[in-house]
Design a protein around this ligand. Structure first.
Ligand code: SF4
Length: 383
């Protein structure tokens, strides 16, 4: 890592195994096989042990995130050994946020208790919908009842810091069915929700079904309406939107994910994981055979790296900062970046304000709800 390393560090650990490939999936995931999972765990342990972090003595790890894939699918012992390796290699602060992504149907009471004992203190459930027909259409193996069972199981084991993922734009989804999913979430009083819009990659199965008219997905206007209604519904229920896709009860924001939008340091371990040390972005190999081969021969698993110069850093600060509800403060940016460079973007802010896509409070700019709907188009202005 570079000389100007941030003192706080987040760790991301990618667990790529899944029971089956969902029809919309564009994540790095492979079918679960006991033998490969055991080999992969050993590779992660070796990667952690071999990680060279410059100035590591000053680094305090304050978040760890197990993402996937389906991390809850592998034996609890694997995650426990990985956490223990993190504790040996890094200094974890006592209140370190340790998140685990789980899928309904992959947890037992015994497994949950093991995670809890190992220090996992935040659980993110990949629910996606409370409507079975929608779940089947995207190839999910669970049902709405299984999501409820997972929530009860987690709460009975003492977990309150829970997040749920729901998706907008699923096949068969209507305003009514979306209200049903959202209302069940609200009634459960789960403190955090991530709402993602279905984002179809050309290569995925669902794209092909849609192209062949075998299945249809809701029109963009309907999805936009549902998103805008969702913001109001969640606000009335006490949830604050702190990022385009993320809402929480006070104090339940995801500290790990905030690091990405704030450009803080995160080190990734495992297949295809991404890292940022404050100066350089880099990523691991994303093919399992290549990744395991590199680690097992003590070769770097790095696939690429990109140094981030001052111009790129400013661009990132602008478009990542605008994802957050409180937006960006140009005065704060001018402490870090050349004012002349910042002023080059003044015209964009002016135009976006006139179009009602950005709101201004002094020198702070943030997206309006209409701006959030057009966020991808807006972010293009800054790259
Ligand atoms: S569970 Fe997630 S990572 Fe696994 S196949 Fe489905 S969408 Fe992809």
């Amino acid at each position: 890592m570079s000389e100007s390393l941030a003192v706080n560090l987040g760790l991301y650990i990618h667990i790529p195994f899944c029971q089956a490939k969902c029809s919309y999936c564009h994540f790095i995931s492979v079918p679960y096989q006991q033998r490969i999972a055991a080999r992969y765990k050993s590779a992660i342990l070796r990667e952690i042990a071999n990680t060279c972090i410059h100035n590591a003595v000053n680094v305090e790890v304050d978040t760890i995130y197990f993402g996937g894939g389906t991390p809850s699918l592998v034996p609890a012992g694997h995650l426990i050994s990985i956490l223990s390796a993190c504790r040996s290699r890094f200094h974890l602060i006592p209140e370190c946020e340790i998140s685990l992504e789980v899928n309904p149907g992959t947890l037992s009471e015994k497994k949950i208790k093991s995670f809890r004992k190992a220090g996992v203190n935040r659980i993110s459930i990949g629910a996606q919908s409370f409507v079975d027909q929608e779940l089947r259409a995207i190839g999910r193996l669970h049902t709405a009842d299984m999501i409820l069972d997972t929530v009860y199981l987690l709460r009975n084991s003492g977990y309150e810091n829970i997040s749920l993922d729901l998706m907008l734009g699923l096949p068969f989804q209507t305003k009514e069915s979306w209200h049903k999913s959202l209302n069940i979430f609200i009634q459960l009083r789960i403190p955090h929700i991530s709402i993602y819009m279905l984002d179809l990659d050309e290569e995925c199965l669902l794209s092909k079904w849609v192209a062949a008219n075998l299945i249809s997905i809701p029109e963009e206007d309907l999805i936009s309406d549902m998103y805008l209604e969702t913001i109001n519904t969640l606000a009335s229920a006490g949830y604050t939107q702190y990022e385009i896709s993320n809402f929480s009860l006070p104090g339940s924001e995801c500290c790990h994910n905030l690091k990405y939008w704030r450009r803080e340091a995160v080190h990734g371990f495992g297949l295809g994981s991404h890292s940022f040390d404050g100066m350089v972005r880099y990523s691991n190999l994303s093919n399992m055979k290549d990744y395991l081969g590199a680690i097992e021969t003590d070769t770097s698993p790095k696939a690429w790296e990109e140094p981030i110069d001052a111009r790129k850093a400013l661009q990132e600060s602008l478009f990542l900062g605008l994802r957050l509800a409180h937006g960006i403060n140009l005065d704060e940016l001018s402490n870090k970046y050349d004012e002349k460079k910042i002023s080059q973007y003044a015209g964009h802010f002016q135009e976006l304000s006139e179009r009602g896509l950005v709101k201004r409070d002094g020198n702070r700019f943030s997206l309006t709800t209409s701006g959030m709907l057009l966020s991808n188009e807006i972010f293009q202005l800054f790259v």
